[in-house]
Design a protein around this ligand. Sequence first.
Ligand SMILES: [Zn+2]
Length: 142
Amino acid sequence: MASSSSSTGARSSSHGGPPGYSPNPSPIPYREQPLAYEPSEDCPCHKKAARWISWSNANPGRRYLTCQRSRVGGCRWWRWIDDPTTPFLCQLLVDLRNAVNNLRRESTQLRGVNADLEMGIEDRSTQNNALRDALRKMKERN
Ligand SMILES: [Zn+2]
């Protein structure tokens, strides 16, 4: 587990950026929007800090505050809200995160396969109608 020897674990870290974002986007939608928390806390540029959830391997499910404009020219300030969780829950959350992401990937693939199959059915159906017409005309001639 990275960082933090003290037990509060809720101070800014000077090394590394905020713990969130890719390659670990949230596997689930947030129940609350990043700015929908109280009491409000400002970053050094006097804007309400945004509250996010880390999905990193080291700190899954751990909330932190960061400049709401951190990705578009804001400041680099951030701090943890929650203390680190237990190694067991850490691993459990990482496993769940990976399971959700794998299912999501699989679902996307299957949707693609399904779309291909539906197109195939449409093509076959068109061919089938053409053959049926041809057959009818042959029968009419005889
Ligand atoms: Zn800021």
